[in-house]
Write a protein that binds this ligand. Structure first.
Ligand code: GLP
Length: 263
């Protein structure tokens, strides 16, 4: 696992955008995994900027969402599909038909997860998955105690996540759906490169558990320790509880040029 520390979220966004750009330039059929939440927004803004100013193109790309609320009206501005369209994909040249998200199968709910897994598999699998982390260590909507081998399925949100996400629902916790459809931890671990971004003191405990804690279902993000290619991008505040902070700084400073994105 590579841990990169920076003082500003914008520096982290540039590093993540370099990885995405390298993928877009090197693959004829790049497949991106997109996360919602506030953490990845600087990455999306940096990519929009590169699309506008340098012509970075997403026209051959496919994108998959990590998760979605269940029970919101179609087109509801808080649905993760609407959020990602509004914050990111409507500003780039990704074809609208190339964006997919988990959707409940109304006739046969049990098929909802496998349907989505099949779509991802048909695309050839996700090359680069952007991730945030919940303050309780959840990834996507895999709440603590989620199986580390889980696949896309329905989950019930914890009170903590409802409270954290109420800010997107006019601070009305009762308006936040209790149920979601989310890629499983096992699904996420199949992406070829995981890029997780976290900023601010509210993420410090989750980042320490993710990077240095034991691998445990009580911190689903700790399963990233089992993946061969993970980049964790953190600002100083989110990194504040990491014991090996100085080592991560030194390892990044001495990173061989050939390992940098785009070299
Ligand atoms: C939600 C999303 C996660 C996201 C998390 C953190 O629960 N399902 O994918 O990582 O929130 O969000 P934020 O980046 O806004 O702190």
């Amino acid at each position: 696992m590579e841990v990169v520390l920076a003082t500003a979220a914008q520096q982290l966004a540039v590093i993540a955008a370099d990885e995405v750009e390298q993928l877009l330039l090197s693959s004829s059929k790049p497949v991106l995994g997109l996360a919602t939440g506030s953490s990845p927004l600087p990455i999306y803004n940096e990519l929009i900027k590169r699309h506008r100013s340098e012509g970075l193109s997403f026209r051959h790309a496919t994108a998959f969402l990590l998760d979605e609320y269940v029970g919101l009206q179609p087109g509801c501005p808080q649905s993760y599909r609407s959020v990602i369209e509004q914050e990111f994909t409507s500003h780039i040249d990704l074809p609208a038909s190339a964006l997919a998200g988990p959707q409940p199968n109304a006739e046969d709910p049990a098929r909802s997860g496998p349907d989505y897994e099949r779509l991802i598999a048909q695309s050839g699998g996700i090359d680069l998955q952007i991730l945030g982390v919940g303050s309780d260590g959840h990834i996507a909507f895999n709440e603590p105690s989620s199986s580390l081998a889980s696949r896309t399925r329905f989950k019930t949100l914890t009170d903590q996540t409802i409270e954290d996400n109420a800010r997107f629902f006019d601070d009305d916790a009762d308006a936040v759906p209790r149920h979601v459809l989310t890629q499983g931890v096992g699904t996420i671990l199949e992406a070829r490169h995981l890029v997780l971004i976290a900023c601010g003191p509210g993420k410090a405990a989750a980042i320490a558990a993710l990077v240095e804690g034991p691998v445990t279902a009580m911190c689903p993000a700790s399963a990233l320790q089992l993946h061969p290619k993970v980049t964790v991008l953190v600002d100083e505040l989110a990194a504040s509880e990491l014991k090996q902070r100085e080592y991560y700084r030194s390892a990044y400073r001495h990173k061989p040029a050939w390992q940098m994105a785009g070299s």
